[in-house]
Design a protein around this ligand. Structure first.
Ligand code: NAP
Length: 486
């Protein structure tokens, strides 16, 4: 996998069906996080460029909305087919710009393609309602209308599937989109736009505006401030989500916010310990711990606490850290040096509050953005790791004595995205599921993302859902039609 083999690399943004530079010609670099090499420069777009993209999406909306669901389905299906045909190249691009190993990038592209296929299928099934009326000569009909132009903003940790989780759903509902991908990882979004273009998607229906971190607020201000944009779909940190919500308030926009998490991973003494440890390896270390749903606080019942840590350490020791291009790599680097520094400071804070390092704890000998797989034990509620996302390969273990304590500690956070429970006691499973304040709960399973289910959180983890019938509703508005005297 080299830069030269990637024919889908684009170095321009995509507005109104045309590959475009920023009007002032500024660019910024995209780096390979494993090597620090500069891959390509892309346009650093500003408010004027973003307004141009909104003009284009607004202009395209009337025509796109007028298509039948079946016609929109056919367009999205063609795009999906091209995504599948180019899956290997799209995966290579994810690994190149984001650093995760190819096995994970392939899985990401596959999940993204599944969302696109689901959206293509669902475009034909955005049903309304016929409601028995309040008068004998009246009829009540409810239809679902496209929300309008969507401003979509995505993060760097899943540069491909975060795009395919939003854009095909929005298009299925009849919306048009202006997407701003993350500064670190815009290449996957541009590659998806290239495939959308090849599929014959009409100009202006899907636009991609690239911007550096410095320009992101300017782009965000246009998307939230322009009244032609009727819906914001954001995935990223709670801090930025809160800001976009406030900026959108004057215009009362429809919002979907997929924000940060602080997932508890609870292992009861009734659990199958081997299954729990293998589940924890996948849940904690996937994407080097840089996922919103990864286990952030691992609660283990006292009687099995030492055994779980020992077994986890043994399994973790089998994993190989390296560049995505190295054969056999299981865990890649962190996305940038800020991520490394954040992990270091969390470990220092935990040690200062009484934690012990059972494995790792330092920057990896490979240098750059690589970090050792780390185990911290004797964790408590006063540590930063308890209240904030670690976003790195650090497994932080907390001890609990009984079920109520586990549930109370799991809920002791402002976040409410994903929670994991390992237990073989059916009554306990139901009690704990009922007690957890989370948008998603996985029992004896470490992975819960599927296009078939509603993904999303409560409290500071966000508003709205992606995937399933719940996800598509986020891009529609209900219109009630009363027909009198008929
Ligand atoms: P982030 O800093 O909030 O950035 C997310 C996106 O927002 C990026 O495209 C970023 O652009 C952009 N942005 C930043 N400031 C902005 C502003 N003022 N106006 C408009 N856009 C702005 O988050 P991140 O570090 O990329 O991603 C990690 C976070 O995402 C974690 O908290 C993680 O839990 C969360 N996440 C949540 C989900 C979910 O489904 N709930 C999924 C994945 C990730 P730049 O990159 O240019 O700064």
């Amino acid at each position: 996998m080299t830069r030269e083999t990637l024919s889908l690399i684009r170095h321009q943004a995509f507005i109104d069906g045309v590959w475009s530079d920023s009007h002032h010609k500024k660019t910024f670099s995209i780096y390979n996080p494993a090597t620090g090499d500069d891959i390509v420069q892309v346009p650093d777009m500003d408010a004027a460029d973003t307004r141009r993209a909104v003009d284009s999406a607004h202009k395209a909306f009337t025509g796109w909305k007028a298509l039948t669901g079946k016609e929109r389905s056919a367009h999205i299906y063609k795009w999906h087919q091209l995504i599948v045909e180019h899956a290997e190249e799209l995966a290579a691009l994810v690994s190149l710009e984001q650093g995760k190993p190819m096995s994970e990038s392939r899985a990401e592209v596959q999940v993204g393609a599944d969302y696109a296929l689901w959206a293509a299928e669902e475009a034909k099934r955005i049903y309304g309602d016929y409601i028995p009326a309040h008068k004998s000569n009246a009829r009540i009909i409810v239809t679902k209308e496209p929300a309008g132009v969507v401003g979509a903003i995505t993060p760097w940790n899943f540069p491909s599937s975060m795009v395919t989780r939003k854009v095909p759903m929005a298009l299925a509902a009849g919306c048009t989109v202006v997407l701003k991908p993350a500064e670190d990882t815009p290449l996957s979004a541009l590659a998806l736009a290239a495939l959308a273009e090849e599929s014959g998607l009409p100009a202006g229906v899907f636009n991609v505006v690239t911007a550096s971190g410095d320009s992101a607020p300017e782009v965000g201000s246009v998307l939230t401030g322009d009244s032609r944009v009727r819906k914001i779909s954001f995935t990223g940190s709670t801090e930025v989500g809160r800001q976009l919500l406030a900026q959108s308030a004057p215009d009362i926009k429809k919002m979907s916010l997929e924000l940060g998490g602080n997932a508890p991973f609870i292992i009861f003494d009734s659990a199958d310990i081997d299954a729990a440890v293998q589940g924890l390896i996948a849940c904690k270390l996937r994407n080097a711990g840089q996922t919103c749903v990864c286990a952030n606080r691992i609660f283990v019942q006292s009687s099995i606490y030492d055994t779980v840590i020992e077994n986890f350490n043994h399994s973790m020791g089998q994993l190989k850290i390296g560049a995505a291009t190295d054969i056999g790599t299981d865990i890649g680097p962190l996305v940038n040096i800020q991520g490394v520094e954040k992990v270091e400071s969390f470990i220092q804070d935990a040690l200062a509050h009484g934690a012990q390092v059972k494995a790792g704890g330092n920057r990896h000998a490979l240098g750059g953005n690589f970090f050792e797989l780390t185990i911290l034990s004797d964790m408590n509620d006063d540590m930063q790791c308890f209240s904030h996302e670690i976003f790195g390969p650090v497994a932080a273990f907390y001890r609990f004595e009984n079920e109520q304590e586990a549930v109370d500690k799991a809920n002791k956070t402002d976040y409410g995205l994903a929670a994991y429970v390992y237990s073989q006691d059916q009554a306990q499973i139901w009690r704990v599921m009922d007690g957890l304040d989370y948008g998603m709960i996985a029992v004896n399973e470490p992975m819960l993302t599927t296009e078939l289910a509603p993904f999303g959180g409560v409290k500071h983890s966000g508003i709205g859902r992606e995937g399933s019938k719940y996800g598509i509703n986020e891009f529609t508005e209900v219109k009630y039609r009363l027909l009198g005297n008929c």
